[in-house]
Design a protein around this ligand. Structure first.
Ligand code: NAD
Ligand code: ATP
Length: 282
């Protein structure tokens, strides 16, 4: 049976669509079959999901690949592409490495989230980046209490509370002032965003802990990876634990995470006071 590769292309980005046709051709030349309209079912028959898009497209591909444990490999046709492994110019080399089965796999911890509504109804979902518990648009702020492993810790009014994974630490959690967490760290970060409180430090817990949030007043919307929505009325309890199923990200090189951080965020490694600037000031 021919080896099959699923190809997920950003729907609206012209450059991704143009490259998709060329990459599918290269895959076929290398003796591989390309599945260009993958579903959860068809992905289970594929070795790899090749994503032509940005982080949002990878988060979409994660919905397809997570159930069957199929690794995802991103070529960045988006803006940041933090989760991507290669740039468009590298596409022929990427195809060669796929043909040679020359990739490694990073298992990324996910979060399983459960909402118990006041009427006893239970909703469940999962996230690779984070579960964002945001105030509903009809309310100015959300009043919540937060806790860990059955012990309440604090209560405050807030715009959003994030339950983030290490993978999501460079996304919404980063904007909310949370710590950057190296991807091999299994654990979750609770980060309050715009809390009206004195104690608003992000909390980092291990993989066996449970994060908890009670909606005391107002109504909340939970967003899993900014894609899947869960409503939580006042009186709801939201809990998060280590996800049962990880998401597998394929890796083509062993650039350390610190290198990825510097490159993707264009960090000023030498600081902002480089000699040229000093010369101007003196
Ligand atoms: N204020 C914020 O920073 C904010 C607000 C809402 C959502 N988000 C993020 O957007 C994500 C959804 O991404 P999208 O691309 O569909 O939406 P989007 O297009 O609105 O992207 C938000 C930004 O987050 C980046 N991003 C996503 N995952 C990342 C990761 N793991 N590491 C580094 N950067 C990452 C994307 O490249 C993009 O620049 C959510 O999971 C959430 O993390 C961020
Ligand atoms: N082939 C596809 N099938 C279904 N949905 C797709 C597909 N490609 C992209 N999408 C959707 O489009 C969204 C990604 O759009 P977005 O414009 O945010 O691009 P991106 O990949 O995150 O790149 P950028 O870095 O530019 O934001 C994802 O949320 C995903 O649901």
């Amino acid at each position: 049976m021919a080896r099959r590769i699923a190809v997920v292309t950003h729907r609206k980005r012209g450059a991704a669509a143009e490259s998709s046709a060329k990459i599918v051709h290269l895959l076929e030349e290398a003796g591989l079959e390309a599945e260009t309209h993958p579903t959860r079912k068809s992905v289970a028959e594929c070795e790899l999901i090749l994503v032509l898009g940005g982080d949002g497209t990878i988060l979409h591909a994660a919905e397809l690949g997570r159930p069957a444990g199929v690794p995802i490999l991103g070529i960045n046709y988006g803006h940041v592409g933090f989760l991507s492994e290669a740039d468009p110019v590298d596409a022929p080399q990427v195809v060669r490495q796929i043909a040679e089965r020359s990739w490694g796999v990073d298992s990324r911890m996910t979060i399983d989230v459960t909402i118990v509504c006041p009427d006893g109804k239970v909703k469940r979902d999962w996230a690779l980046n984070e579960v964002a518990i945001e105030k509903d648009a009809d309310f100015r702020m959300l009043e919540v209490s937060i806790g860990v492993d059955g012990r309440e810790i604090s209560a405050f009014k807030v715009d959003t509370v994030l339950f983030s994974t290490a993978t999501g630490s460079t996304a919404y959690n980063f904007s909310g002032g949370g710590p950057i967490v190296w991807p091999d760290v299994e654990g979750m970060v609770l980060t309050p965003v715009a809390a009206h409180a004195l104690f608003t430090r992000p909390l980092v817990v291990g993989p066996h802990s449970q994060l908890e949030l009670r909606v005391l007043d107002g109504a909340a919307r939970g967003w899993c990876d900014g894609r899947r929505e869960l409503n939580a009325a006042a009186g709801s309890t939201i809990t998060a634990v280590k996800g049962e199923h990880p998401v597998l990200l394929a890796r083509l090189n062993d650039t350390p995470f610190s290198g990825r951080l510097v490159t993707k965020f264009r960090l000023p490694v030498r600081g902002w006071r480089d000699p040229a600037q000093e010369g101007v000031r003196d």
